[in-house]
Design a protein around this ligand. Sequence first.
Ligand code: ADP
Ligand code: MG
Length: 729
Amino acid sequence: MSGDKSNIFLSPPNGLYWVHMLLLDTPVKSLSRLMPKYVSLLEKLGILTLGDMLRHIPFRYEDYSQISTIDSVTIGEVSTIIGEIVKLKTIRAWKKKMFITEAFLEDESGSIRATWFNQPFLMNTLAEGKEIRVSGKISSGKSGIYFSNPAWEFSRREPTNTGRLVPVYPETDGLSSKWLRWQLQNIFQADVRFDDPLPETILQKLKLPPLEKALRFIHFPETENQYLLARKRFAFEEMFLLQLRSIQMKSRWQQEHSVSIHFDESLIKQFTIALPFTLTNAQRKAAFQILKDLEKNHPMNRLLNGDVGSGKTIVAAIASLQAAAAGFQVAIMAPTEVLARQHFLTFSELLKNHALTIALLTNAYQEKNEPQTTGHKSQTIIKETKSAQKTNLLTDISSGEINLVIGTHALIQKSVKFKNLALIIVDEQHRFGVTQRAYLQQEITSINDGLPGKIPHFLTMTATPIPRTLSLAYFGNLDLSLLDEMPKNRKPIITEIISPGRREKIYDFIRQEIHAGRQVFVILPLVEESKVLTEVKAATREFERLSKTIFPNLNIGLVHGKLKSTEKEKAMWDFANQKTDILVATAVVEVGIDIPNASVMIIEDADRFGLSQLHQFRGRIGRGQHQSYCFLFTSASGSASTARLKALVESENGFKIAEKDLELRGPGEFFGTRQSGLPDIAMENLTNVKLITLAHEEAQQLLSRDPRLKKHPLLAKRIRTLEINVHQE
Ligand code: ADP
Ligand code: MG
């Protein structure tokens, strides 16, 4: 037995039991060497178990593998030498309030000095006569060349921090890479059972190292090839898990039941003929795919992936009309109340010739700022919520009197009871998490309505076009409809990058445009989420500057994240109704509202946004018959940021821009890191088509033999942890 080995590492027996072997599940807090302080630091990194610690993967390596003789080191280069300490001292540099420890090292070729700052405790560990291995950069000074703050360890110890490829970890305050290396060394020396979730057949087939080997390779590689191979294995593993999860989700979803909604071709024809424009081919195809899905008696789960302005709303309206005309209810959810309201108006207008009752269910509406929407001389009855009427509205929803309910996400989360909800449409104006969608999906399955055993068909619409490479890994469980074609009548938006010197000229241009009857958006830069107040202050300041100094004769509105929803509504509606000429808005505020008369947009500090987001903003103009202009203000003179912004000047294709954005910033930034719940190595590989395809194929094969992963409990377990991480967002 190797109990002795693990004894060093485990807490002494507390009388209950004696553990001989460490498992990957062993909590780090039961490792005796870890003081409670470290346990909580590890927790901050998400490390709770030994397995988590081992899967804390280095993000780079220091190459200290070349061992030289002292006489062959070169200034400016990284070197490793082994030498005996012939002299050791610490001096206190009074002026700089600093301790300087110096060791003079000697080998048979010569001698060299090593210097450490503010580590006086080194005097307790180092001693004259001891031999150490030292790795670091060679500097030169008044008294010759020396190692400045090098890594070191006693030469009799196994190379861990020096003399090899040394791993560097993502750190948190107080947890150094050096500390992690020691702990990991200990773990590898203890008796650990490395249960590998990946089946051996797959490892063999793909020539990937098994878990223990891969972990040794990734933490303490002897060659670059070793860690590359290990990274490949872990990347495959993550993609494989994602694929297993999405295939399972998909098949679970398909086992659910839904109402089958007959595709009434003449109804849809009648609807499209009445539109003031013809549908694009992409819209036609997407609508057809959706209507075909609705006919099935298992639920649709489809993503309508289209650029801003590609006309997703009409497609959603067609699906809604079909479901409602067949006697079922439809819920449409928007990310904000403003957008819910706009959808309410748009759907009411689009569907006015069909005897449907449409309701808007939100919390914030007050009578004052309501536009005149009730004037339709059609059979459509429009119900709005006012606090007093809300109960009535809820009753009307549960009785089935209302066919279409439009609102925010609260719509299905609240205690709204439906009679026969057959279709849910989510308009994700924000790129909110893919994983949140999965969560939403869960909620849908337990929706409160009068169709027991049936769940609604589900359609989501994206705001940001998602590059195909990314959708492969991320949306494996969804069917995709692509709107990759813009309506024909669009005038291209003229986009320009504006350096500070041209600001005044642009202001003149704005005066002209407003004089000609147009309106202008001014978008202010994004400030970190935690700094909403800074953002509000900046917005207010800019608002005042514009109203007092620049455009004293114009009407200017302001929306920012700290306004009450009613105030936001008012600002938006004043702008929509042309009571204001300019709307100053912070990026946190949803400007997803359609204002065809707005023809100019200024984006301040444009370099601080992602390309996709800029494109998204820009999509708010160019919706009417006027020539539109988007001015990207930037004071960043760096050619890199200007080069990045050029992508917007050159293209209006949201898919291309997203592709570029993804390439420049990587999937983590593209999606917003917090949204994914995925480890970095998975993130890095989200666009690795080859790897994903491979993972997908293997996942499919495995699940066809073992659909519930009964024979692969370790995989099942890892998928569950994936789920937990995801839900903790
Ligand atoms: P998004 O995909 O960004 O949600 P919308 O559905 O809001 O786009 O459509 C943008 C605008 O284009 C709307 O004013 C809509 O009426 C109009 N539109 C939609 N489809 C077409 C089409 N086929 N031809 C012309 N205009 C269209
Ligand atoms: Mg839209």
